[in-house]
Design a protein around this ligand. Structure first.
Ligand code: S3P
Length: 415
């Protein structure tokens, strides 16, 4: 069925977490609209409230009155959200707090040493369950700045260090292997912090005065958009426009991949919202080619690999995603989850060294195995709808983590 629709989507999840966190320690009142409506951002809000933050969610608008945060009375539950756990570790440390962080079974299995090591070097005293949650962090002693070369490309780790650096006694430098999403840097600069970026080296100065508040309308989340874009691309003679989509280059690597596999995109109405590039983007369906995705762009498509693997399943030939080992440490082991689902749907997929290989073919009907992971669930529902017009799934609740309106939007597109 041909799709010809224009949609707007809830705000970008990464920017939503950061906006709520930074507004909570700013010097005044911030107003945020189009905040991401998923459960992950609610985990951040609840965690900050437990530390005394004043966050008023009133329909469309979220009003945050910056304040001095305090130690929470109980362990703070980060739910399923890696961004909450890792960024809050840094933010609450910058406020010299003592706190414990817990999470659900998935989050409790995800590696935390990647933040424990640098935060400990900065002077935090951290207890963990052998590198996993729960974490108990005592940041009450003065923190020192750090010079840190990141062993993994991770925006969460980078952000955790930058946020902790706001409360340190001297400047901190972080060097990345490949550039990862830079929303923390952009938002901090827009709120008055000194953050200097030189290619993959980022320096943050300790705050000499509190952050200034922001009024921000958060642009449509490109990671959420990617599922609808894929469905349109896989539907013959279709066009889909995403209105006011975030176009930050560290986030739209998937648009470069789409171009390589033969998909035409038209961008209009480009503008900046608080330093973040946004615009309207039209995607036009067409038969798909295979492509070899180079390792250096993986950080800019890290959350889109499940849906790009689904597109590859319909492509002509073999698609190779190089160096995707980080996928093993997401909400599920996404590398295995992608391979298992593709195989269930009759598509040949396998890993070779640290790469994922997908051979295009003709799917056969199967039940989607979500692994309780929102992005795996949505990616394979799209595969099933594109191929068969219907889907079966073991758990669709997990989609509420990032995109509670997923099914409504699919309905709008198909109506
Ligand atoms: C995020 C960073 C990425 C991404 C996650 C959100 C962020 O994680 O997968 O969904 O908001 O900083 P890593 O930093 O672990 O790659």
């Amino acid at each position: 069925m041909a799709i010809n629709t224009t949609i707007s989507l809830p705000g970008d999840k990464s920017i939503s977490h950061r906006a709520v966190m930074l507004a909570s320690i700013a010097n005044g009142v911030s107003e945020i609209t189009n905040l991401n409506d998923g459960k992950d951002v609610q985990s951040t809000i609840q965690a900050l409230r437990a530390c005394g933050a004043s966050i008023d969610q009133n329909g469309e608008k979220v009003v945050i009155t910056g304040t001095k945060l305090r130690n929470p009375d109980e362990p703070v539950d980060c739910g399923n959200s890696g961004t909450s756990a890792r960024l809050l570790s840094g933010l609450l440390s910058s406020q010299r707090l003592q706190f414990s962080l817990t999470g659900d079974a998935s989050l409790s299995a995800r590696p935390m040493n990647r933040i424990i090591v640098p935060l400990t070097e900065m002077g935090c005293s951290i207890e963990s369950n052998d590198g996993l949650l729960p974490l108990t962090i005592d940041a009450s002693n003065p923190l020192n700045g750090i010079n840190y070369k990141m062993p993994v490309a991770s925006a969460q780790v980078k952000s955790s260090i930058l946020l902790a650096g706001l409360g340190a006694e001297s400047s901190s430098n972080v060097s990345e292997l490949n550039s990862s999403r830079d929303h923390t840097e952009i938002m901090l600069q827009n709120m008055g912090a000194t953050v200097l970026v030189n290619d993959n080296d980022i320096r943050v100065e300790p705050l000499s005065s509190p952050l200034t508040p922001i009024d921000l309308e958060i642009p449509s989340d490109p990671s959420s958009a990617s599922f609808f874009i894929a469905l349109a691309i896989l539907s013959k003679d279709s066009r889909l426009t995403i209105r006011n989509m975030l176009l930050n280059p560290t986030r739209i690597g998937f648009m470069n991949v789409l171009e390589k596999i033969n998909i035409q995109t038209n961008i209009s109405n480009q503008h900046y919202i608080h330093g973040e590039l946004c615009g309207d983007v039209e995607f036009i369906s067409s038969p798909i080619n295979s492509f070899e995705v180079p390792a250096y762009i993986i950080p800019s498509i890290i959350d889109e690999i499940p849906i790009l693997a689904v597109l590859a399943a319909f492509g002509e030939g073999k698609t190779i995603f190089n160096r995707v080992e980080e996928l093993q440490f997401k909400e599920s082991n996404r590398l295995q989850a992608i391979i298992d689902n593709l195989k269930n749907f009759g598509i040949n997929a396998y890993k070779e060294d640290n790469s994922l290989i997908v051979e295009g073919g003709h799917p056969t009907m199967a039940t989607v195995q979500s692994f309780d992971d929102h992005r795996i669930a949505m990616a394979f529902i799209v595969l099933s709808i594109a191929a068969f017009g219907e889907y079966e799934i073991d758990n669709k609740e997990c989609i509420n983590i990032s995109l509670p309106g997923f099914f409504n939007t699919i309905e709008v597109m198909l109506s």
